[in-house]
Design a binder for this molecule. Sequence first.
Ligand SMILES: [Zn+2]
Ligand SMILES: [Zn+2]
Length: 354
Amino acid sequence: MSAQLATAIEHAPARQAFLMKPRELVLRDFAPSHPGPGAVLIQVKCALSCGTDLKAFRRGHPMWPMPTPFGHEFSGVVVEVGEGVDNFKVGDALMAAPTAPCGICFYCQRGQENLCAQAMDKMLLGAYADFLLIPPHIVKQNAFRKPDDLSFEEAALLEPLSCVVHAQEVAQPQPFESVLIIGAGPFGLLHLLALRDRGVREIAIAGRGDDRLKWAAALGPDRLIDVRSGDPEREVQSLNNGFGPDLVIECTGQLDGWHESLSRVRRGGRVVFFGGCAPGTVLNVDTRRMHYDNLTLLAPFHFRPRDVKRAFQILGAREIGAGAVINARRSLGELAEVFSPLESGSILKCAIIP
Ligand SMILES: [Zn+2]
Ligand SMILES: [Zn+2]
């Protein structure tokens, strides 16, 4: 790195957001540290709000003891590289997932890297900031050079899209199938876009809230179902020429949504429980329905490096229009104001531009 650039970093007014306790957010001044071997330092260009951030903001997060640096969906420009880094140089635009597995544990050896303890234990937090240090395990496995024609905002969707790709890899939606998505938030909409990319014949999305339904409608699903009005049950039943959906993807993370998914899927169909519920939530399943109607219940969590690679390819191809799920922009100084519109559902995802 040039001496000039190093000086610029050291003198930059660097800020990083910390969640001190639920609903208490502060911006702290900090001096970005120089990257050690295998690490890189980026200047953050965009960080995205995420449903997990909202949950942590409201009620805390079991994996993030407070005070905690905050924000995990990001993209930026490399300003300094540590010793031994050969896949990035100063000035490269970078996009990355905030986790990476160890590659050698029991789960990693079985191709279930999404369950690797390292992925969660060493998750990178602190993206709502001017600078972010990307640790070696992520630089090595889950960081990519951003294509020039991909915006920093869309590039920051790598993590949520990786979760979506993983879930769809597990569920294997087929082009001839009918799929119902329950929940029209950012994840529901990303599923819709990814299903279309796979050529799925009939995609229905069920949701509530005028704004959310309006944004979902703009993406042109084959069927938009307002769960508050009309006869949503009959509408769902009429899918797939009256057989009901082959696959239901639950994206609300609410017990009602989980029950709904079980009762709406067709005989012989599959349910993907994508949205995690609050700790302690217990699901009752009618075993008769499950067994004699031959249901397949799937609950994919997080993602594997191959899903991140696929998500990177999808974003790079610029075909699915993933940027549509970002519909607000704020500066880092305005971060605290983002959570109430997120809570009320009047924002899908907000881009925080330092
Ligand atoms: Zn996220
Ligand atoms: Zn592992």
